[in-house]
Design a protein around this ligand. Structure first.
Ligand SMILES: NC(=O)c1ccc[n+]([C@@H]2O[C@H](COP(=O)([O-])OP(=O)(O)OC[C@H]3O[C@@H](n4cnc5c(N)ncnc54)[C@H](OP(=O)(O)O)[C@@H]3O)[C@@H](O)[C@H]2O)c1
Length: 325
């Protein structure tokens, strides 16, 4: 009889357990996960290919990058904007992309020119889209304008302008396209909101208000249209490197014209467009696209509101002091 020391026996058992149970379990789980991701990717590809996708604010920033991402996925695009020349340039850029595209068949986009702050042109645009393409599968309400200024100095006309562009325009377009989606019992409506739809930052009042309204409207819509098999996705980015702060309007209605540090240091529009593509493809209900600090701020607002209000008041004081100096 040979007696092995207890430690050696335990070590042997542990190695047996590793080779017979843990390693196969690990590889099995990885295989199942990879298969799941592949199926998810195939379902997403099938959903987006040939889908009629309307994108507002396609002339710049996130909208432009979404146009590239959905075009590459084989969607039939309707690109919306205020400037027909910029839209033509984008169609040209997409056609160059098409020449390098393999595996997926792409489509020449249709363009529609309208101003979201003019309800009549929004309704005409919806009519034109339905007349030309027959239906819309996915509507991406992306266009928007930001705001910088103190509440006390801001004229009501500026508040209304921001609300028209960020809230009334998108909901007018949504309402105009909704009956045809309900009739088909199929459709997907996406709202590009903002982290400022969840928390309010000083000197952004009109913008934060318009995005809170957006969040509320599309949350109600999601519940109301579920019975018609229509999906609603709300995407709330933090900071994206676009012209949003440059194009922001100020208290007197003039253009802000400053590239904010946070915006310049944000995620690229192409990265966020991929998040939008994947969220839409997976029919996610809502996505927060933000780093740790903004995500913590949302938690703080909900769990410890008094602390959040104190921090915002300190921020307002600091920003006012920096502006005055
Ligand atoms: N950048 C960020 O840090 C950030 C963060 C969170 C959320 N977002 C949201 O992301 C969306 C896209 O903004 P962006 O960052 O890409 O800014 P952007 O580069 O300034 O693009 C804004 C787009 O909206 C269009 N637009 C503005 N007013 C319009 C109107 N009255 N009618 C029709 N179109 C109008 C612009 O068209 P023109 O070319 O004609 O001006 C442009 O295509 C917005 O909803 C914004 O609130 C941005």
């Amino acid at each position: 009889l040979v007696f092995k020391p207890l430690k050696t026996v335990q070590k042997g058992k542990l190695m047996d357990l590793t080779s017979t149970v843990i390693i196969p379990l690990l590889f099995g789980s990885l295989g199942i996960f990879a298969l799941f991701r592949l199926l998810q990717w195939m379902r997403m590809r099938a959903y987006l290919q040939e889908a009629v996708v309307v994108i507002t604010g396609a002339t710049s920033g996130l909208g432009k990058e979404c146009a590239k991402a959905f075009h590459a996925a084989g969607s039939k695009l309707v690109l919306c904007g205020r400037d027909s020349e910029k839209l033509k340039d984008l169609v040209q850029q997409l056609s160059t992309m098409t020449n390098h595209q393999k595996n997926v068949s792409t489509h020449k986009p249709h363009t529609v020119v309208f101003d979201l702050s003019d309800t009549k042109t929004v309704l005409n645009a919806a009519e034109e889209i339905l007349r030309y393409l027959g239906h819309v599968d996915i509507l991406i309400n992306n266009a928007g304008v930001s705001f910088r200024g103190t509440i006390v100095d801001t004229g009501l006309d500026v508040d209304k302008k921001v609300m028209e562009t960020n809230y009334f325009g998108p909901i007018a377009l949504t309402k105009a396209l909704l009956p045809s989606m309900i009739k088909r019992r199929q459709g997907h409506i996406v709202a590009i909101s903002s982290i400022q739809g969840k928390i309010s930052i000083p000197f952004r009042s009109a913008y934060a208000a318009s995005k809170h309204a957006t969040q509320a409207f599309f949350d109600c819509l999601r519940a109301e249209v579920k019975q018609y098999n229509i999906d609603v996705t709300v995407i709330s980015p933090g900071y994206i490197q676009t012209n949003l702060s440059l194009n922001a309007i100020t208290a007197d209605g003039s253009r802000y014209g400053v590239m904010d540090k946070n915006t310049a240091e944000g995620q690229t529009a192409a990265e966020v467009a991929q998040v939008v593509l994947s969220a839409v493809g997976q029919k996610k209900k809502e996505v927060l696209v933000a780093g740790l600090t903004p995500s913590l701020a949302v938690c703080l607002r909900n769990l410890f509101p008094r602390l959040f209000f104190t921090l915002m008041a300190t921020r307002a004081k600091k920003e006012r002091k920096a502006k005055d100096s």
